[in-house]
Design a protein around this ligand. Structure first.
Ligand code: URA
Length: 212
């Protein structure tokens, strides 16, 4: 697994405002949306394209267009939904699948409680949206789910990541023969005893959608 921390002053600026406890929900949603679009630009560097012939007003030429099968964007419910519009702004013709995952409090393993994805993901590039890479259990399980269905190229976009989460994903996916990249705005210091990223930004789902 490769971790790519996007080093850009606008990313740092928006992330700082997101972290700020004084940022209200409407502003948080807008900033998350803008930040994802900046991360998506980096995350799509390897998106597959194919040659495409067109004519300019001056002459014929060959450019590129997104290859088929189209990339699949997969927000992890619930907080990943707050990243969907920002991603689709750059990839408007991508398809979208949904994955709901939660932790089984007895086994502490991530379980899938909702899923709307093609059965066959052979040859698909998948972009997983999960704002907080904290313990890494959910992201690792989501990636396994997609690769079990045949996805052959995975990029996860996370607003923030903790070193513990990156290590867990790396460990859980050891031996997986599919390239996996995590693109994030920052690699923070650590997790606290409650599993929150420090300094982090708090509970991303609550800050996007309220405490429900
Ligand atoms: N999930 C969150 O929303 N925030 C954290 O800090 C960790 C997990």
């Amino acid at each position: 697994m490769r971790t790519h921390v996007v080093d850009h002053p606008l990313v740092a600026h928006k992330l700082t405002a997101l972290r700020d406890v004084g940022t209200d929900s409407p502003t948080f949603r807008r900033l998350a949306d803008e930040l994802v679009t900046l991360l998506a630009y980096e995350a799509t560097r390897e998106v597959r394209v194919e040659p495409h012939d067109i004519a300019t007003p001056v002459s014929p030429t060959t450019g590129v267009r997104l290859a088929t099968p189209k990339p699949l964007v997969v927000p992890i419910l619930r907080a990943g939904l707050g990243m969907l519009d920002g991603m689709m702004r750059l990839l408007p013709t991508a398809e979208v699948g949904f994955l709901g995952m939660m932790r089984n409090e007895e086994t502490l393993e991530a379980i899938t409680y909702a899923e709307r994805l093609p059965d066959d993901l052979a040859g698909r590039q998948c972009y997983v949206l999960d704002p907080m890479l904290a313990t890494g259990g959910t992201l690792a399980a989501a990636i396994k789910f997609l690769t079990d269905r045949g996805a052959d190229h995975i990029t996860a976009i996370c607003l923030l990541a903790a070193p513990e989460g990156c290590e867990r994903v790396e460990k859980d996916l050891a031996g997986l023969d599919v390239p996996v990249t995590v693109v994030t705005a920052a690699l923070d210091e650590r997790l606290n005893e409650k599993g929150y990223i420090v300094p982090g930004l708090g509970d991303a789902g609550d800050r996007l959608y309220g405490v429900v």
